[in-house]
Design a protein around this ligand. Structure first.
Ligand SMILES: [Zn+2]
Ligand SMILES: [Zn+2]
Length: 340
């Protein structure tokens, strides 16, 4: 089968390879991949960024995908060949306190599909049945490839940041997670402003404007706090830029909330005393659990997410072009489609 392989930790060391079709173990399902997105985390791993040093290479990447059931091991129940599905990206122990509370994404033994094990940027992938979720509401496969990133955004915006009608919300960062957060925050009644850097102006901030958001360019010379008429109730840091998180406190209401959905390539000089004196709440948001996936499918069903405006599709054979578009940030979301 065809697959996209990250070969080493050298930047952009990717190739489309011929790999053996995986055989499902007793509790595993072999899935025929229908659409698989490139995540910001895949891009960071492919660029060899230090926050993705944990990825053992060579590795077939891919954790944002939709598929149909192709075959399964003898202990698998309740699935039939051809069923449309997607999958939870984070595999967990199922016995620790966090897992039993439903917070499988912060299990200390977590393993991530496409980073710790072979992922879905391939014609087929094997996944344990416990992580397979039916693709509901007649959603299409490209929509299905957005369920995972939308689940992550949904957890941050709706569960952790508790956005209410009338809240002023700043979404820092205009990549796909930033745009999904902005769309969800607006649907929750927030007045949303999306920020980016000067190099985002032409493509990514334009996309945010096309989606109806006001935008601001932030730089050392033009700090965000100097550009906003009043402090925000909620600030969602989705850019991964250390300086954006370091400055967030200056743009947020006293008693307001900073949600952090990005990870960072370096440590951050943090104005801890200001944050304490203003009692600003900090909410880190890591990935998503089962109920967030279910919520994401409902958002797609409800038409909150203009999928066609966000996604650019590539055949899997052109995976390198899809990654190049992601490195160059010329598309909000590159989604690869394996050929039949
Ligand atoms: Zn992802
Ligand atoms: Zn656990």
């Amino acid at each position: 089968m065809q697959a996209l392989c990250l070969n080493s930790n050298q930047p952009k060391d990717l190739s489309v390879i011929e790999a053996p079709v995986p055989e499902p173990g007793p509790t595993e399902v072999r899935l025929r991949v229908k659409a698989v997105g490139i995540c910001g985390s895949d891009v960071s791993a492919a660029l060899g960024k230090p926050n993705f040093d944990f990825v053992i290479r060579p590795r077939i990447l891919g954790h944002e995908f939709s598929a149909t059931v192709e075959s399964f091991g003898e202990k698998v129940e309740g699935l039939s060949e051809g069923d449309p599905v997607c999958a939870i990206a984070i595999h967990s122990c199922h016995t620790c306190d966090n897992c039993r509370a439903g917070n499988t994404q912060i299990c200390e033994d977590r393993q991530i599909l496409g980073f710790h094990m072979s992922g879905a940027m391939a014609d087929s992938v094997c996944v344990d049945q416990r992580y397979i979720i039916p693709l509901r509401y007649g959603l299409g496969f490209v929509e299905g490839s957005l369920v995972e990133p939308l689940a992550v955004a949904s957890r941050c915006v709706l569960k952790m940041c508790e956005i209410r009608p009338g809240h002023d919300v700043i979404v820092s960062g205009c990549g796909i997670i930033g745009l999904l957060c902005a769309l969800l925050a607006r649907a929750a009644g927030g007045n949303v402003t999306v920020t980016g850097a000067s190099w985002d102006e032409e493509v990514r901030l334009q996309k945010a404007r096309d989606l109806g958001f006001s935008t601001l360019v932030v730089s050392d010379e033009t700090p965000l706090a100097d550009q906003i008429p009043r402090l925000a109730d909620r600030f969602i840091e989705a850019s991964g830029a250390p300086q954006a998180l370091a400055a967030a406190s200056d743009s947020v209401q006293w008693g307001g909330l900073i949600g952090i959905i990005a990870t960072y390539g370096s440590n951050i000089d943090w104005p801890a005393t200001n944050i304490v004196r203003r009692e600003q709440k900090i909410h880190p948001c890591m990935a998503a659990a089962w109920d967030d996936f279910e919520a994401a499918m409902k958002h797609l069903r409800d038409g909150i997410i203009p999928v066609d405006d966000l996604v650019e599709t590539f055949p899997l054979s052109r995976a390198i072009d899809a990654f190049e578009a992601s490195f160059e940030k010329t598309t909000p979301k590159a989604v690869m489609i394996p050929e039949d």
